[in-house]
Design a protein around this ligand. Structure first.
Ligand code: G6P
Length: 442
């Protein structure tokens, strides 16, 4: 890579884009981004223009020579890119609302990355990401793909398994959110905290937690029994943990574990919320309206603090520090989604895992974590099986595999209900699932 970096951001019209731009501005001295190409589809054009203009004002205020390009032409944006970041949502927030509402009818969790919602978001997203990978092979074969699109674990698994590009990293803000949250709980600067992360995306555990190199895991586990301390992201309301359970579990949970270890309470809470204020997608739709109104203000030239009310807070820190470390061969430790390569003994070597890695110019090198503790190993393996079957279903458009994926997901109560949910959701998402409906052309 030579001086001056070209970044292409697919899903550039996302309300999260100012996060990314802020990150590039902050690190410009060591990460000289020359061009930032925001790409979106026709339906996202208006949002992209609003957010793109804000990005231009932010760069101008910072006095930096970063050219912001807005385009609907993905191929033009990809040409010669050094890094491609993906943050798109197939079917927009309307599709997310369906992922959240439909399963609730069956008493099953409605959430965009877990259970039926996670499965269907994966089915919609994987063909698109594989298409982007094919374009990258042709137009920017040396670029890194930094995928933030959910379900990030399943999507990374699919790219590793079905695409020809090798330079891919899946990224999530949950680990960084946990680090920040733990620092806040302990009232220390986050740079003093280190967590050994191991598991899968939205199914990651902190095997140990250190403050200045000394383990504080037991203290932190004690603290997360308090509902106010038990979630580290804005989109999940923590319900607190049974002290006996988390102490005996012996590792730090992530917010998404609430859906697995407190399934009944979470479904009841979500049902109540869906009635009173709408599902998370519906709440976010309202939040986004406000955000875009703010973004339109020609006097606004910074990332508005309201953006931090979204679940994806610290996204830019995670994305930009990763790109920075690859670009400068920094060799610091960051938790990312990458090929396991033996780092976690209980997961296949060629599968995607979320694990603490040393970040080099050749990408993340996973740190060996040994075997997962017995109490968490089974659940992680089951989710990995789900992700692999789901990725295959997304690529093949195979109905039986889809029912299989849904049934083996631990949030599914039975094969019959799994099939009913699949049927309902296939119909609801028809327009974004061509692999299931289009006749194969002879
Ligand atoms: C999180 C997750 C992200 C997710 C986001 C949703 O913290 O890690 O994967 O996209 O929240 O936030 P939202 O504000 O859209 O509900």
């Amino acid at each position: 890579m030579t001086e001056g970096i070209k970044i292409a951001t697919i899903g550039g019209g996302s309300s999260y884009t100012p996060e990314l731009v802020e990150g590039f501005i902050k690190r410009y001295d060591e990460l000289p981004v020359r061009e930032l190409w925001l790409v979106d589809i026709e339906e996202g054009k208006e949002k992209m223009e609003i957010v793109g203009n804000l990005a231009k004002r932010m760069v101008q205020k910072a006095g930096l020579p970063i050219d912001i390009h807005l385009t609907l032409d993905r191929r033009e944006a990809l040409k010669g890119a050094d890094f491609v970041t993906t943050q798109f949502r197939v079917g927009l927030l309307d599709a997310r609302a369906k992922d959240e509402r439909i399963p609730l009818k069956y008493g099953v969790l409605g959430q965009e990355t877990n259970g039926p919602g996670g499965l269907f978001k994966g089915l919609r997203t994987i063909p698109v990401i594989l298409d982007i990978c094919r374009d990258m092979e042709e137009l920017c074969p040396d670029a890194w793909l930094i995928n933030f699109t959910n379900p990030a674990g399943m999507v990374t698994e699919a790219v590793l398994r079905y695409a020809n590009i090798k330079k891919v990293v899946g990224l999530c803000n949950v680990p960084i959110g946990i680090e920040m949250g733990v620092a806040k709980l302990l009232d220390v600067d986050h740079s003093r905290i280190r967590i050994d992360f191991a598991g899968l995306n939205h199914m990651v555990y902190g095997l140990d937690v250190y403050l200045d190199g000394v383990s504080v895991k037991d203290k932190v586990i004690e603290m997360i029994t308090d509902p106010n301390n038990s979630s580290f992201v804005k989109n999940i309301e923590g319900l607190g943990w049974e002290p006996s359970f988390v102490k005996a579990l012996g590792v730090l949970t992530c917010p998404y574990h609430m859906y697995y270890y407190k399934s009944r309470e979470m479904v009841e809470k979500d049902l109540k919320k869906a009635k009173e204020e709408g599902t998370r997608a519906e709440v976010v739709q309202r939040l986004e309206k406000e955000l875009f109104e703010l973004y339109k203000d020609p006097n606004l030239d910074i990332k508005p603090p309201q953006l931090e009310e979204r679940g994806g807070a610290y996204y830019s820190d995670a994305a930009v520090r990763l790109i920075h470390s690859i670009y400068t061969d920094r060799r610091d430790i960051q938790p990312v989604n990458t090929m396991n390569r033996g780092a976690i003994a209980s997961i296949p070597d060629d599968s995607a895992v979320e694990v603490s890695c040393v970040i080099t110019k050749d990408g993340p090198k996973p740190i060996a974590m040994g075997d997962l503790p017995v109490p968490v190993r089974g659940l992680v393996q089951q989710i990995k099986s789900f992700e692999r079957v789901a990725a295959e279903a997304a690529v093949t458009g195979d109905y039986d595999l889809t029912v299989l994926a849904m049934t083996i997901n631990p949030l599914s109560p039975s094969d019959t209900i799994a099939k009913q949910i699949v049927d309902d959701m296939l119909e609801a998402h028809k327009e974004h699932l061509p692999q299931f409906f289009n006749e194969v052309q002879a």
